[in-house]
Ligand binder design. Structure first.
Ligand SMILES: *Cc1c(COP(=O)(O)O)cnc(C)c1O
Length: 419
């Protein structure tokens, strides 16, 4: 794979649609081989198509085993075409899209994909184009104003799916999402009734927050959803339990995937929904985090602080203020690895901003030095998609590899594919 400007390489929403070249999984090398081959001085994104496909397949199997439902991939988490292609190969057919750019990208790549427009606050032209040009039928909303807008811009279409986003009380997800979107109880009741009068398919959705470590959060949200549905007194066709499913990070091992599915199945069973009601979920992080890592190079060592070539304005935004830690391993292809002892390191990114700092700690061999490469794992989610070109650091490389992830998340069956 070539050497490309990162804004076109790993942020595909900014360019015309790239298709065949990056869309064909060709994972013939390991991360270490790719480092030896390219000696990358810019960040190198290592996509594991096999891991992404296996992760999607495991997740879909677990979800479908628990409830009669559909898995919608939340595209914002990683819209890289090679990632989308790998998820498609793993069986993903439904996509949670939130912008005209995401809609265009997914529709051009997969004409048969089912797109669900899950942003509760949309522009008028965006709604019209989604409906008329891109075949989108399902729209989420959390206000009367948005309902009217959707009906107006689709010419009071008779084939809409209208999903009401219910607000949840503040939970304990690592990323709380309760503040911005979601109708309060009474308004959700009114919206369900209004939607029922306007559309042949209606539903209720929520989002428990991202990297939710507690399976019971889904059960509690379902209980609240059940009270909204009962109060509205209307039949629903879809119940969408949202995203938030967690992955492992250093020092954080979530309960197995099956525990989340069991909690959802229990919560759904208590609601006595019509048997035709589909259950949806919208995972982002859980499908893609393990499937991409980032190789950075050490430019300078100062004590146990490493100056590296990517940072919070690049793919390591979550390592900054949010304080995420990522599994790390040193890659030194051209000389011996030295002793086994590890120490805790913090990182500085390449920009001149002193906020471009990542405290970690990241555990690496004690003799790590300038010129060494470091692979950071679990960066498939909210990594490359958040890159900026700040300070001119806009170059990156994308390669496909067959390595397993640096960390295992319980409940997923992944296979190494050595060519
Ligand atoms: C971001 C988002 C998701 C994905 O969340 P994860 O925590 O990555 O699973 C799903 N649904 C909606 C509405 C979102 O905004």
């Amino acid at each position: 794979m070539g050497f490309i400007r990162s804004r076109s390489a790993v942020a595909p929403l900014r360019r015309g649609i790239p298709l065949s070249s990056s869309a064909v999984p060709s994972a013939r090398t390991s991360v270490a081989q790719a480092v030896a081959l390219h000696r990358p001085e810019d960040p190198m994104h290592c996509i594991r198509p096999g891991v992404l496909s296996d992760t999607a397949r495991s997740f879909i199997e677990a979800f479908e085993g628990a409830v009669a439902g559909d898995v919608l991939y939340a595209v914002k988490c990683n819209p890289e075409p090679a990632v989308l292609r790998a998820l498609w190969n793993g069986g993903v057919r439904h996509f949670d899209v939130a912008s005209p750019g995401e809609i265009r990208l997914v529709r051009q790549m997969f004409p048969e994909a089912v797109l669900h427009y899950m942003h509760p606050v949309k522009g008028r032209q965006a709604i019209r184009a989604a409906y008329q040009q891109y075949g989108v039928r399902d729209f989420v909303l959390d206000s009367m104003e948005e309902l009217e807008k959707i009906l107006e811009e689709t010419g009071n279409a008779s084939d809409l799916g209208l999903v009401i986003r219910l607000g949840l009380p503040k939970g304990n997800a690592v990323y709380d999402l309760s503040g911005k979107f979601g109708a309060p109880f009474e308004e959700a009741v009114a919206l369900l009734r209004a939607a029922r009068a306007a559309a042949p398919k209606i539903g209720l959705s929520f989002h428990v927050g991202s990297q939710m470590l507690e399976p019971a959060a889904y059960e509690r949200a379902l209980e609240l959803a059940g009270r909204v549905i009962a109060e509205a007194g209307v039949a629903i066709d879809v119940l969408d339990v949202g995203g938030g499913f967690p992955v492992s990070y250093p020092g954080v091992t979530p309960p197995p995937l099956g525990d989340f599915m069991a909690a959802i199945a229990r919560g759904v069973a208590k609601l006595a929904l019509p048997s035709s009601c589909r259950i949806w979920c919208e995972p982002g992080r859980a499908l893609v985090a393990p499937g991409v890592s980032l190789v950075v190079q050490v430019i300078k060592r100062r004590g146990n602080e490493l100056f590296i070539n990517d940072g919070v304005y690049g793919a390591l935004s979550d390592a900054g203020v949010p304080g995420f830690r990522f599994p790390a391993r040193m890659i030194r292809p051209f000389e011996a690895m030295g002793e086994d002892a590890t120490e805790a390191f913090s990182f500085y990114g390449p920009t001149c901003d002193s906020a471009d700092k990542m405290n970690g700690p990241f555990h690496l061999p004690a003799d790590v030095k300038a010129g060494d490469w470091i692979e950071l794992g679990q960066l498939g989610a909210y990594g490359s998609c958040l890159r900026t070109a700040f300070n001119g650091f806009d170059q990156a490389r994308v390669v496909e590899v067959f390595d397993l992830p640096l960390l295992e998340t319980p409940g997923y069956r992944l296979e190494e594919r050595v060519a």
